[in-house]
Design a protein around this ligand. Sequence first.
Ligand code: MTE
Ligand code: MO
Length: 263
Amino acid sequence: MKILRRIPLAGIDGEAVLGEARRRIGRVVEQPARRAFLQRSLTLGGLSLLTGCSISDNAGVEAALSRISRLNDKVQGLIFDPNQLAETYPESMITRPFPFNAYYGEDEVRVVAEEGFRLEVSGLVSGKRAWTLDELRAMPQHEQVTRHICVEGWSAIGKWGGVRFADFLQRVGADTTAKYVGFKCADDYYTSIDMATALHPQTQLTLRYDGHPLPPKYGFPMKLRMPTKLGYKNPKHVMAIFVTNTHPGGYWEDQGYNWFGGS
Ligand SMILES: Nc1nc2c(c(=O)[nH]1)N[C@H]1C(S)=C(S)[C@@H](COP(=O)(O)O)O[C@H]1N2
Ligand SMILES: [Mo]
């Protein structure tokens, strides 16, 4: 995340909070050893002051961490620049083969049948209905060669094609003043994003990988691709999309990963 300017947060010194969040917490919160890390590198008093939570027991540490993660969401939301594009790359830099990742192994990849597939769209949209793949393929298509960054410690460059998500949201009559867009996947994965990112020009409802229909391992029938967000925010096998003002959470996010998940 790029921090270029002072962010005014009500009642809080933005720079101090940012420095604190970046240096000490940032992505480290997502690491399995996060509790050990916090206990090693933050003074107890410092963390308690920052979060208003006691960290004398595990419940307190968890409360402090989730406070920081929510503050981190707020800061990332404030500094997200809807016009700043993520870096793009020449095709010669595409990582081959592109890595597979999911909360299960590649032998358990979900295979969704194309026949009869309908994308369900619900919530704060005027056009609540199911969409066929052919309807999505008939919309203007775009391609991007961008970097995917996974918090497990790898990144890779890939080429994804599909519909600009902003175009799709407009087409379904989404209330773009709503706060969140949520995704439900065929493998029980789920996640959600902020509306500003949903409308970002590089956020793509992806139907193709490297010039071919998206194969099952990369998320057939479709995924949401966002080069401005970490890997776990990019849902594969998307079956349903909903627009809402109620925070929907996510599979990893509900287990402590930062919700905003900017990259
Ligand atoms: N449906 C679904 N989407 C998912 C996941 C998953 O387990 N299920 N894992 C996420 C994570 S952590 C990563 S890094 C990427 C991996 O995408 P890839 O297999 O195309 O590399 O998918 C993300 N989206
Ligand atoms: Mo990931």
